[in-house]
Write a protein that binds this ligand. Structure first.
Ligand code: ADP
Ligand code: MG
Length: 230
């Protein structure tokens, strides 16, 4: 096992229960992800990718097994500690962008900093810097509805990175985009990776997954390293 693992899953099982019915979505997954790695998690619909992402992002907890971020055992944390961990250590990017439509781009981007208690003037400066880093320095006052899908996803990436998280976690970030915009977004992920950030990118598309340095295949709730290359 890598000594520098920032994320470590050990025998993680996830069982969903609805009344009498139980469904095991992850069957004992173990995985180490090192500092600065760019890892794609790929697999068909229903294989357990979002379940895995929710656990990695501390949005849900494992039924059994252990999950550590930067050496901290997530299973021992209460809800407020988990919220704090999400806020400080993880930047999320979703397929649907999840921007607030009534707020300008920079207001959307500064939001995580306001939750973290950063002073207003510094929030604005950092939000603008983050938007410039994704090539949107001239769109800071635009609302999401005035931006293309690719531009909206770039705002979402700026928002995910503005608090300088340990991990950038993206679930199907190109799933709603045309080919050209998707390419642009993957270019930004390459740039974020070169800057030393740890990235986990979840996708059903192997062409997207192959952009990452390492790929992991999820199939029916289990994982295979370097899968999908046949
Ligand atoms: P993917 O993201 O790869 O499409 P998911 O992680 O969303 O897969 O789902 C994996 C499996 O777990 C699927 O069979 C799905 O139906 C099931 N599942 C997901 N969420 C729930 C839930 N809340 N309750 C019951 N079953 C669920
Ligand atoms: Mg999914």
């Amino acid at each position: 096992m890598a000594d520098q693992a920032v994320l470590r899953l050990e025998n993680v099982r996830k069982v969903y229960s609805a009344g009498e019915i139980e469904f095991e979505a992850l069957h004992g997954v173990s995985l180490d992800i090192g500092q600065g790695e760019y890892v794609a998690v790929a697999g068909p619909s229903g294989s357990g990718k979002s379940t895995l992402m929710n656990i990695l992002g501390c949005l849900d907890v494992a039924t059994e097994g252990r999950y550590e971020i930067a050496g901290q055992d997530v299973g021992q944390m209460d809800e407020s500690e988990l919220a704090e961990l999400r806020c400080r250590q993880i930047g999320f990017v979703f397929q649907q962008f999840n921007l607030l439509p009534s707020m300008s781009a920079w207001r959307n981007v500064e939001l995580p900093l306001s939750y973290a208690g950063v002073a207003p003037a510094q929030r604005r400066r950092r939000a603008i810097d983050a938007l410039e880093s994704v090539g949107l320095g001239d769109k800071i006052d635009n609302r999401p509805g005035q931006l293309s899908g690719g531009q909206q996803q770039r705002v979402a990436i700026a928002r995910a990175l503005v608090s300088e998280p340990t991990l950038l976690l993206a679930d199907e970030p190109t799933g709603n985009l045309d080919t050209a915009s998707a390419k642009e977004i993957l270019g930004i992920f390459d740039q974020v990776h070169r800057a030393g950030r740890t990235i986990v990118l979840i996708t059903h598309d192997w062409d997207v997954a192959r952009r990452a340095g390492r790929s992991i295949e999820v199939r029916d709730g289990t994982i295979l390293e370097g899968g999908g290359r046949a």
